[in-house]
Design a protein around this ligand. Structure first.
Ligand SMILES: [Zn+2]
Length: 538
């Protein structure tokens, strides 16, 4: 008996040993190739064979029918958002491949997943990690070797930026035109409510001295305490670790406005929440955009992205509690209806003077060099020399126009697309139970300006006009969005007529602008309103 037991014990340990951890396509091809959708799915399946406690759930189905995997690696017993939140641990979400030509995030995310069942398994006692390694799966499968011609590999090709509809998923966070974005918001950002989201990309543009650049949320309508913590504590901590552990320089994402004259300044990109990093700030959560440097080779980009992810997870073990407290506080402040004014239009501003690593470039005869990588004008020659240069870092945005945050918005129920959009974001939407007469503000439209050029299939629309007070009768069924909810910042951004990235901008209300009164009203002061929560639009 004893001998038998020993033998089966030996056999068992052999079986355990035999479950080999998978290698990524990047690793097994010596960094000549990146994973296809099927490769990622088999990698995940192999990780699950090694550790059946790792879970996978689909969070969206693409236009071409691919199920997008969300991998969940947490402590034992974490099977869904409820059990994840019940642990009281931070939830970190890593997403890769939103632009499917920018592929090292997809590879690094798989490596991090493998670590979570092996070398860094202990992290799973301290956090729940969610990984969506291949967000733009349809774009990933449109393989070609010429897709990002200035990117330094992999030589065997990459996918394309857009999804199968031709949409840029990193411009779709507000309008939610793609099944990928709708699934991401509803089934990951809303359902799991991660404390921190990390979105992995590759740069286009300037020649600088950083293996990787990063960005926090850039929209000033996000909670200031979160913005400050990220800029003053979290990102400097990670930057210092990248330097001390790996000898790698990293910095805030940006571009030289003129590669030949770096002293003209370093500019970040955009504050609008159509970009994921800005959108997540409006949900009172933390976010890091990661941009590996296009001009270093594929192996080096995978490596730096992997190291950056490791340091982010490590930083969460140190700062996660504080971050959770700040996020909770931001939610609580909104539940109490404490917001007064937020911005609707913004401009880039100087943040500080900084010493930024510039790659010296020289003017070249037309045809002898390449165009400036950012402006795509002129002709310049790279030198490979990295030089620190003092310049202004235009790294922040400030509101140029603000609007009152009301107690509630009332919306014409005929605007079904708009109401559906609010629900997809997870905003609490109600319907008035009976006819009600109220003091409200209406937005009298002076002008409707439609962009001549289509962008993402839309002619973005800018309204000008004025808020005016009036007394008005609202029928039962009028849609109500109260602002004493955690997603009030987002609701404001979507519903304000002058918002630079809201539902007016994205044409949701186009058929209702003829009356010259915007089809939303603001109830400025709290009033008792009888209403029923709605979850769908018929
Ligand atoms: Zn990108």
């Amino acid at each position: 008996m004893r001998a038998v037991a020993l033998t089966s014990l030996l056999l068992l340990s052999e079986v355990v040993m035999a479950v080999e951890l998978p290698r990524t396509v990047a690793e097994s091809s010596n960094y000549r190739s990146t994973s296809r959708y099927e490769d990622v799915m088999s990698f995940i399946a192999a990780v699950q064979r090694a550790d059946p406690e790792v879970r996978v759930e689909p969070f969206a189905t693409t236009n071409e029918g691919r199920a997008l995997p969300l991998v969940i690696a947490g402590p034992p017993g974490v099977v869904d958002p409820r059990s994840a939140h019940a642990t009281g641990l931070p939830i970190v979400f890593i997403m890769a491949n939103i632009h499917a030509g920018e592929v090292e995030g997809k590879e690094a995310a798989q490596m991090v997943l493998r670590d979570l069942v092996s070398s860094s398994r202990a992290l799973r006692d301290q956090m729940v990690v969610l990984i969506a390694p291949i967000y733009n799966a349809d774009g990933n499968e449109r393989f070609g070797s010429q897709h990002r011609p200035t990117q330094n590999g992999p030589p065997n090709g990459v996918g394309v930026r857009e999804n199968a509809q031709g949409l840029d998923l990193n411009r779709d966070y507000m309008k939610l035109q793609s099944p990928e974005a709708r699934g991401l918001i509803a089934n990951v950002l809303h359902r799991w409510d991660p404390l921190l989201t990390v979105d992995l990309h590759t740069t286009n543009g300037s020649y600088h001295g950083y293996a990787l650049t990063y960005s926090p949320t850039l929209n000033p309508d996000a909670p200031q305490e979160l913005i400050d913590f990220e800029r003053e504590t979290l990102l400097p901590h990670i930057r210092e670790r990248m330097k001390s552990r790996y000898g790698k320089e990293t910095y805030y994402y940006g571009n030289f406005v003129d590669q030949l004259n770096p002293e003209k300044g370093w500019y970040t990109f955009d504050s609008r929440p159509r970009f994921g990093n800005n959108y997540i700030g409006l949900r009172n959560r933390f976010t890091i955009l990661s941009e590996a440097y296009s001009y270093i080779d594929f192996r080096a980009r995978v490596e730096v992205t992997y190291q950056f992810l490791q340091e982010i997870l490590d930083a969460v073990t140190k700062h996660g509690r504080k971050m959770m407290k700040l996020a909770d506080r931001a939610d609580a402040q909104l539940r109490r209806g404490k917001l007064r004014k937020l911005g609707v239009r913004f401009e880039i501003r100087p943040w500080r003077d900084a010493e930024i690593l510039w790659e010296r470039a020289l003017p070249a005869e037309p045809g002898a060099g390449a165009p400036d990588p950012w402006t795509e004008k002129g002709s310049i020659k790279r030198t490979g020399q990295i030089v620190p240069v003092k310049m202004t870092d235009y790294g922040i945005f400030a509101a140029t126009e603000r609007s009152n945050v009301p107690y509630a918005y009332l919306i014409d129920p005929a605007a079904k697309g708009a109401v559906r959009n609010l629900l997809l974001h997870g905003i609490v939407v109600e319907s008035l139970r009976g006819e009600t007469t109220l003091e409200v503000e209406e937005f009298a439209i002076k002008d409707v300006e439609r962009a001549e050029k289509a962008f993402q299939e839309h002619h973005e629309t800018t309204l000008t006009g004025k808020w005016k007070e009036r007394r008005e009768r609202f029928p039962a069924g009028t849609v109500l969005v109260r602002m004493n909810q955690p997603l009030a910042r987002l609701a404001f951004y979507l519903l304000e007529p002058r918002s630079d990235d809201g539902l007016f901008d994205w044409n949701f209300f186009d058929s209702q602008l003829e009356s010259k009164i915007a089809p939303v009203r603001k109830v400025e002061k709290p009033v008792p309103l009888e209403a029923t929560i709605i979850t769908e639009v018929h």
